[in-house]
Design a protein around this ligand. Sequence first.
Ligand code: GLA
Length: 367
Amino acid sequence: MVTLGMLITSTNLHAQTTLKEAFKNDFLVGVAINQNQFNNADQRGDPIIKAQFNAISPENILKWQSVQPTPDGYDFTEADQYVEFGESNHMTTVGHTLVWHNQTPRWVFQDANGRPLSGTNAADRELLLQRMHDHIQTVVGRYKGRIQIWDVVNEALQDNGQLRKSPWEKIIGDDYIEKAFQYAHEADPAAILRYNDYSLENEAKRNGAIALIKKLQAEGIPVTAIGLQDHAKMDWPTVEQEDATISAFAALGLKVMITELDVNVLGGARTAEITEMANQGGTNVYNNGLPPDVQQALAKRYADLFGVFAKHHGAVSLVTFWGVTDGDSWLNRPGRMNHPLLFDRAGRPKPAFQAVVQVGLRQSAAK
Ligand code: GLA
Protein backbone atom coordinates (compact mmCIF):
# COMPACT_ATOMS: atom_id res chain seq x y z
CA MET A 1 0.00 0.00 0.00
CA VAL A 2 1.32 3.43 -0.87
CA THR A 3 0.94 5.80 2.03
CA LEU A 4 1.00 9.57 1.99
CA GLY A 5 4.39 9.49 3.72
CA MET A 6 5.83 7.37 0.90
CA LEU A 7 4.43 9.70 -1.75
CA ILE A 8 5.98 12.70 -0.06
CA THR A 9 9.24 10.85 0.27
CA SER A 10 9.40 9.87 -3.36
CA THR A 11 8.38 13.36 -4.51
CA ASN A 12 11.16 14.83 -2.39
CA LEU A 13 13.64 12.34 -3.74
CA HIS A 14 12.76 13.12 -7.33
CA ALA A 15 13.10 16.83 -6.75
CA GLN A 16 16.58 16.40 -5.30
CA THR A 17 19.95 15.61 -6.73
CA THR A 18 20.57 11.92 -6.13
CA LEU A 19 23.67 10.38 -4.63
CA LYS A 20 24.76 8.84 -7.92
CA GLU A 21 24.30 12.16 -9.73
CA ALA A 22 26.11 14.15 -7.07
CA PHE A 23 29.22 11.96 -7.45
CA LYS A 24 28.92 11.04 -11.12
CA ASN A 25 32.33 12.52 -11.93
CA ASP A 26 33.96 11.03 -8.85
CA PHE A 27 32.95 7.45 -8.06
CA LEU A 28 30.08 4.98 -8.11
CA VAL A 29 27.76 5.01 -5.11
CA GLY A 30 26.67 1.55 -4.06
CA VAL A 31 24.47 -0.12 -1.48
CA ALA A 32 24.25 -3.58 0.09
CA ILE A 33 20.86 -5.12 -0.56
CA ASN A 34 18.86 -7.98 0.90
CA GLN A 35 16.56 -10.61 -0.56
CA ASN A 36 13.36 -8.54 -0.39
CA GLN A 37 15.11 -5.76 -2.19
CA PHE A 38 16.54 -7.72 -5.11
CA ASN A 39 13.16 -9.44 -5.44
CA ASN A 40 11.50 -6.03 -5.81
CA ALA A 41 9.37 -6.80 -2.74
CA ASP A 42 10.57 -3.91 -0.58
CA GLN A 43 8.24 -1.06 -1.46
CA ARG A 44 10.15 1.36 0.72
CA GLY A 45 13.69 0.35 -0.19
CA ASP A 46 13.47 -0.44 -3.90
CA PRO A 47 12.57 3.05 -5.17
CA ILE A 48 15.49 4.41 -3.13
CA ILE A 49 17.91 1.81 -4.48
CA LYS A 50 16.90 2.47 -8.08
CA ALA A 51 16.90 6.25 -7.78
CA GLN A 52 20.03 6.78 -5.72
CA PHE A 53 22.60 4.07 -6.42
CA ASN A 54 24.51 2.70 -9.38
CA ALA A 55 26.21 -0.26 -7.70
CA ILE A 56 25.03 -3.09 -5.44
CA SER A 57 26.57 -5.59 -3.04
CA PRO A 58 24.78 -8.66 -1.69
CA GLU A 59 24.43 -8.40 2.06
CA ASN A 60 24.47 -12.17 2.60
CA ILE A 61 23.39 -14.32 -0.32
CA LEU A 62 26.80 -14.82 -1.99
CA LYS A 63 28.51 -15.92 1.21
CA TRP A 64 29.68 -19.54 1.23
CA GLN A 65 26.93 -20.77 3.57
CA SER A 66 24.29 -19.41 1.20
CA VAL A 67 25.62 -20.71 -2.13
CA GLN A 68 27.21 -23.97 -1.03
CA PRO A 69 25.63 -25.08 2.24
CA THR A 70 26.63 -28.74 1.67
CA PRO A 71 29.60 -30.29 -0.17
CA ASP A 72 27.67 -31.08 -3.34
CA GLY A 73 24.80 -28.72 -2.89
CA TYR A 74 25.13 -25.41 -4.61
CA ASP A 75 22.07 -23.20 -4.43
CA PHE A 76 22.07 -20.22 -6.75
CA THR A 77 18.39 -19.30 -6.53
CA GLU A 78 18.92 -16.05 -4.66
CA ALA A 79 22.30 -15.24 -6.14
CA ASP A 80 20.78 -15.45 -9.63
CA GLN A 81 17.98 -13.08 -8.61
CA TYR A 82 20.52 -10.65 -7.15
CA VAL A 83 22.62 -10.61 -10.33
CA GLU A 84 19.51 -10.21 -12.50
CA PHE A 85 18.44 -7.24 -10.38
CA GLY A 86 21.83 -5.60 -11.00
CA GLU A 87 21.59 -6.22 -14.72
CA SER A 88 18.06 -5.03 -15.16
CA ASN A 89 18.90 -1.82 -13.30
CA HIS A 90 22.24 -1.32 -15.11
CA MET A 91 24.23 -1.39 -11.89
CA THR A 92 27.80 -2.41 -11.22
CA THR A 93 27.36 -5.71 -9.40
CA VAL A 94 29.69 -6.83 -6.63
CA GLY A 95 30.29 -10.39 -5.41
CA HIS A 96 30.82 -10.76 -1.65
CA THR A 97 32.61 -12.87 -0.47
CA LEU A 98 34.63 -15.93 -1.52
CA VAL A 99 37.06 -16.80 1.28
CA TRP A 100 36.18 -15.79 4.84
CA HIS A 101 36.22 -17.46 8.26
CA ASN A 102 32.62 -16.42 9.06
CA GLN A 103 29.38 -17.57 7.46
CA THR A 104 31.26 -20.55 6.05
CA PRO A 105 29.76 -23.97 6.90
CA ARG A 106 31.65 -26.24 9.26
CA TRP A 107 31.93 -29.06 6.71
CA VAL A 108 34.37 -26.97 4.67
CA PHE A 109 37.01 -27.48 7.35
CA GLN A 110 36.16 -31.11 8.15
CA ASP A 111 36.70 -34.44 6.45
CA ALA A 112 33.86 -36.72 5.36
CA ASN A 113 33.61 -38.12 8.91
CA GLY A 114 33.32 -34.74 10.57
CA ARG A 115 36.94 -34.78 11.78
CA PRO A 116 38.59 -31.33 11.67
CA LEU A 117 41.16 -30.99 8.88
CA SER A 118 44.66 -30.52 10.20
CA GLY A 119 47.41 -28.11 9.19
CA THR A 120 50.02 -30.80 9.70
CA ASN A 121 48.49 -33.17 7.19
CA ALA A 122 49.46 -32.51 3.55
CA ALA A 123 46.38 -34.36 2.27
CA ASP A 124 44.14 -32.10 4.36
CA ARG A 125 45.76 -29.00 2.86
CA GLU A 126 45.16 -30.42 -0.62
CA LEU A 127 41.55 -31.23 0.20
CA LEU A 128 40.83 -27.70 1.43
CA LEU A 129 42.61 -26.15 -1.57
CA GLN A 130 40.52 -28.35 -3.82
CA ARG A 131 37.33 -27.21 -2.10
CA MET A 132 38.36 -23.59 -2.37
CA HIS A 133 39.19 -24.04 -6.04
CA ASP A 134 35.89 -25.77 -6.84
CA HIS A 135 33.89 -23.15 -4.95
CA ILE A 136 35.60 -20.17 -6.59
CA GLN A 137 35.57 -21.77 -10.04
CA THR A 138 31.87 -22.59 -9.76
CA VAL A 139 30.67 -19.32 -8.23
CA VAL A 140 32.88 -16.82 -10.06
CA GLY A 141 32.60 -18.84 -13.27
CA ARG A 142 28.81 -18.82 -13.12
CA TYR A 143 28.72 -15.02 -13.08
CA LYS A 144 31.69 -14.38 -15.33
CA GLY A 145 31.27 -11.00 -17.00
CA ARG A 146 28.11 -10.31 -14.96
CA ILE A 147 29.70 -9.65 -11.57
CA GLN A 148 32.41 -7.07 -12.12
CA ILE A 149 34.05 -6.94 -8.68
CA TRP A 150 34.75 -9.77 -6.23
CA ASP A 151 35.74 -9.70 -2.57
CA VAL A 152 38.15 -12.60 -2.86
CA VAL A 153 39.51 -12.70 0.67
CA ASN A 154 37.69 -11.07 3.57
CA GLU A 155 39.22 -10.11 6.93
CA ALA A 156 42.46 -12.11 6.83
CA LEU A 157 44.26 -9.79 9.25
CA GLN A 158 44.24 -9.28 13.00
CA ASP A 159 44.27 -5.85 14.62
CA ASN A 160 48.06 -6.09 15.06
CA GLY A 161 48.54 -6.56 11.32
CA GLN A 162 49.51 -10.25 11.56
CA LEU A 163 47.60 -12.86 9.61
CA ARG A 164 44.52 -14.12 11.43
CA LYS A 165 44.83 -17.75 12.54
CA SER A 166 41.66 -18.69 10.70
CA PRO A 167 40.91 -22.28 9.64
CA TRP A 168 42.05 -21.28 6.14
CA GLU A 169 45.42 -20.15 7.44
CA LYS A 170 45.84 -23.05 9.85
CA ILE A 171 44.97 -25.80 7.39
CA ILE A 172 46.41 -24.43 4.13
CA GLY A 173 49.09 -22.03 5.38
CA ASP A 174 49.71 -18.34 4.61
CA ASP A 175 49.54 -18.93 0.87
CA TYR A 176 45.78 -19.57 0.97
CA ILE A 177 45.45 -15.89 0.07
CA GLU A 178 47.60 -16.22 -3.07
CA LYS A 179 45.67 -19.31 -4.11
CA ALA A 180 42.28 -17.62 -3.67
CA PHE A 181 43.26 -14.71 -5.91
CA GLN A 182 44.77 -17.03 -8.51
CA TYR A 183 41.65 -19.18 -8.64
CA ALA A 184 39.38 -16.11 -8.91
CA HIS A 185 41.49 -14.67 -11.72
CA GLU A 186 41.42 -17.99 -13.52
CA ALA A 187 37.62 -18.09 -13.30
CA ASP A 188 37.12 -14.52 -14.56
CA PRO A 189 40.28 -12.78 -15.83
CA ALA A 190 38.42 -9.49 -16.33
CA ALA A 191 37.00 -9.18 -12.80
CA ILE A 192 38.37 -6.65 -10.33
CA LEU A 193 39.64 -8.62 -7.36
CA ARG A 194 39.51 -7.04 -3.90
CA TYR A 195 41.10 -7.69 -0.57
CA ASN A 196 38.43 -6.49 1.93
CA ASP A 197 38.90 -5.76 5.64
CA TYR A 198 37.81 -3.56 8.55
CA SER A 199 39.80 -1.13 10.70
CA LEU A 200 42.50 -0.66 8.07
CA GLU A 201 42.49 2.99 9.19
CA ASN A 202 44.35 1.89 12.33
CA GLU A 203 48.06 2.04 11.75
CA ALA A 204 49.15 -1.43 12.82
CA LYS A 205 46.50 -3.19 10.80
CA ARG A 206 47.00 -0.87 7.83
CA ASN A 207 50.73 -1.60 7.83
CA GLY A 208 49.98 -5.31 7.91
CA ALA A 209 47.68 -4.93 4.91
CA ILE A 210 50.24 -2.86 3.01
CA ALA A 211 52.89 -5.52 3.63
CA LEU A 212 50.47 -8.23 2.51
CA ILE A 213 49.53 -6.38 -0.69
CA LYS A 214 53.18 -5.67 -1.52
CA LYS A 215 54.01 -9.33 -1.06
CA LEU A 216 51.14 -10.38 -3.33
CA GLN A 217 52.16 -7.82 -5.94
CA ALA A 218 55.78 -8.97 -5.85
CA GLU A 219 54.56 -12.51 -6.51
CA GLY A 220 52.46 -11.35 -9.46
CA ILE A 221 49.16 -12.14 -7.71
CA PRO A 222 46.25 -10.32 -9.38
CA VAL A 223 44.94 -8.24 -6.46
CA THR A 224 43.58 -5.08 -8.04
CA ALA A 225 41.53 -3.33 -5.36
CA ILE A 226 41.41 -2.74 -1.63
CA GLY A 227 38.10 -2.73 0.21
CA LEU A 228 37.97 -0.48 3.26
CA GLN A 229 34.85 -1.66 5.05
CA ASP A 230 34.47 1.57 7.01
CA HIS A 231 32.01 0.45 9.64
CA ALA A 232 32.58 3.85 11.22
CA LYS A 233 31.66 5.45 14.52
CA MET A 234 31.06 9.10 15.29
CA ASP A 235 34.68 9.56 16.34
CA TRP A 236 36.48 6.81 14.40
CA PRO A 237 38.21 6.78 12.01
CA THR A 238 39.37 10.37 12.11
CA VAL A 239 39.46 12.34 8.88
CA GLU A 240 43.26 12.18 9.07
CA GLN A 241 43.25 8.39 9.44
CA GLU A 242 40.89 8.01 6.50
CA ASP A 243 42.94 10.36 4.36
CA ALA A 244 46.25 8.63 5.17
CA THR A 245 44.73 5.19 4.58
CA ILE A 246 43.32 5.99 1.14
CA SER A 247 46.62 7.63 0.15
CA ALA A 248 48.65 4.64 1.30
CA PHE A 249 46.65 2.10 -0.72
CA ALA A 250 46.36 4.37 -3.76
CA ALA A 251 50.17 4.62 -3.72
CA LEU A 252 50.29 0.84 -4.23
CA GLY A 253 48.39 1.29 -7.49
CA LEU A 254 45.20 -0.28 -6.16
CA LYS A 255 41.68 0.92 -6.79
CA VAL A 256 40.35 2.01 -3.42
CA MET A 257 36.75 1.16 -2.56
CA ILE A 258 34.75 1.95 0.54
CA THR A 259 32.79 -1.26 0.83
CA GLU A 260 30.54 -1.36 3.91
CA LEU A 261 29.99 2.21 5.05
CA ASP A 262 27.77 3.02 8.00
CA VAL A 263 28.16 5.23 11.08
CA ASN A 264 27.28 3.57 14.37
CA VAL A 265 25.75 6.38 16.43
CA LEU A 266 25.70 4.13 19.51
CA GLY A 267 29.47 3.76 19.45
CA GLY A 268 31.02 0.91 21.34
CA ALA A 269 28.33 0.63 24.02
CA ARG A 270 27.28 -2.98 24.50
CA THR A 271 23.67 -4.08 24.20
CA ALA A 272 23.38 -4.67 27.97
CA GLU A 273 24.70 -1.20 28.69
CA ILE A 274 22.27 0.34 26.23
CA THR A 275 19.34 -1.54 27.75
CA GLU A 276 20.42 -0.29 31.16
CA MET A 277 20.72 3.30 29.86
CA ALA A 278 17.29 3.01 28.26
CA ASN A 279 15.79 1.69 31.52
CA GLN A 280 17.17 4.72 33.28
CA GLY A 281 15.73 7.04 30.65
CA GLY A 282 19.16 7.84 29.22
CA THR A 283 19.22 10.57 26.56
CA ASN A 284 21.99 8.85 24.60
CA VAL A 285 19.68 5.96 23.65
CA TYR A 286 17.81 6.70 20.48
CA ASN A 287 14.90 4.28 20.51
CA ASN A 288 12.50 7.09 19.61
CA GLY A 289 14.64 8.53 16.82
CA LEU A 290 17.71 10.71 16.72
CA PRO A 291 17.47 14.04 18.56
CA PRO A 292 18.13 17.05 16.28
CA ASP A 293 21.62 17.74 17.64
CA VAL A 294 22.73 14.14 17.04
CA GLN A 295 21.08 14.22 13.61
CA GLN A 296 23.19 17.26 12.77
CA ALA A 297 26.33 15.69 14.21
CA LEU A 298 25.73 12.63 12.03
CA ALA A 299 25.28 14.87 8.97
CA LYS A 300 28.58 16.58 9.71
CA ARG A 301 30.26 13.24 10.28
CA TYR A 302 29.09 11.96 6.89
CA ALA A 303 30.08 15.23 5.18
CA ASP A 304 33.56 14.95 6.68
CA LEU A 305 33.99 11.37 5.47
CA PHE A 306 32.71 12.17 1.99
CA GLY A 307 35.00 15.19 1.92
CA VAL A 308 37.91 12.76 2.18
CA PHE A 309 36.47 10.33 -0.38
CA ALA A 310 35.84 13.18 -2.84
CA LYS A 311 39.34 14.57 -2.33
CA HIS A 312 40.64 11.17 -3.48
CA HIS A 313 38.19 10.80 -6.36
CA GLY A 314 40.95 9.67 -8.71
CA ALA A 315 41.78 6.71 -6.48
CA VAL A 316 38.40 5.99 -4.91
CA SER A 317 36.18 4.36 -7.51
CA LEU A 318 33.24 3.11 -5.41
CA VAL A 319 31.63 4.01 -2.09
CA THR A 320 29.09 1.44 -0.84
CA PHE A 321 26.69 1.84 2.09
CA TRP A 322 25.95 -1.26 4.14
CA GLY A 323 22.17 -1.08 3.93
CA VAL A 324 19.46 1.15 2.47
CA THR A 325 17.43 2.49 5.41
CA ASP A 326 18.24 2.56 9.11
CA GLY A 327 15.76 -0.26 9.66
CA ASP A 328 17.75 -2.54 7.33
CA SER A 329 21.04 -2.18 9.17
CA TRP A 330 22.90 -5.06 10.82
CA LEU A 331 23.72 -2.59 13.63
CA ASN A 332 20.20 -2.90 15.09
CA ARG A 333 19.74 -5.35 17.95
CA PRO A 334 16.85 -5.89 20.34
CA GLY A 335 16.86 -2.86 22.64
CA ARG A 336 19.45 -1.20 20.49
CA MET A 337 17.90 0.88 17.74
CA ASN A 338 20.59 2.31 15.51
CA HIS A 339 20.51 5.11 12.92
CA PRO A 340 23.65 4.56 10.85
CA LEU A 341 22.56 5.32 7.26
CA LEU A 342 21.29 8.19 5.10
CA PHE A 343 17.61 7.16 5.03
CA ASP A 344 15.44 6.75 8.13
CA ARG A 345 13.10 3.86 8.86
CA ALA A 346 10.34 5.42 6.76
CA GLY A 347 12.74 5.81 3.83
CA ARG A 348 12.99 9.57 4.24
CA PRO A 349 16.35 11.17 3.47
CA LYS A 350 18.01 12.40 6.67
CA PRO A 351 20.03 15.60 7.06
CA ALA A 352 23.07 13.36 6.50
CA PHE A 353 21.77 12.63 3.00
CA GLN A 354 21.59 16.35 2.16
CA ALA A 355 25.05 16.85 3.63
CA VAL A 356 26.56 14.10 1.48
CA VAL A 357 24.89 15.38 -1.70
CA GLN A 358 26.20 18.86 -0.95
CA VAL A 359 29.76 17.51 -0.82
CA GLY A 360 29.27 16.04 -4.28
CA LEU A 361 27.78 19.22 -5.69
CA ARG A 362 30.55 21.38 -4.24
CA GLN A 363 33.08 19.01 -5.73
CA SER A 364 31.50 19.29 -9.21
CA ALA A 365 31.29 23.08 -8.95
CA ALA A 366 35.01 23.26 -8.11
CA LYS A 367 35.96 21.37 -11.28
C1 GLA B 1 31.57 -7.94 7.77
C2 GLA B 1 31.23 -8.64 6.46
C3 GLA B 1 29.87 -8.24 5.96
C4 GLA B 1 28.84 -8.19 7.04
C5 GLA B 1 29.33 -7.29 8.14
C6 GLA B 1 28.28 -7.06 9.19
O1 GLA B 1 31.96 -6.65 7.61
O2 GLA B 1 32.17 -8.39 5.48
O3 GLA B 1 29.46 -9.19 5.01
O4 GLA B 1 28.58 -9.48 7.51
O5 GLA B 1 30.49 -7.88 8.68
O6 GLA B 1 27.81 -8.25 9.74
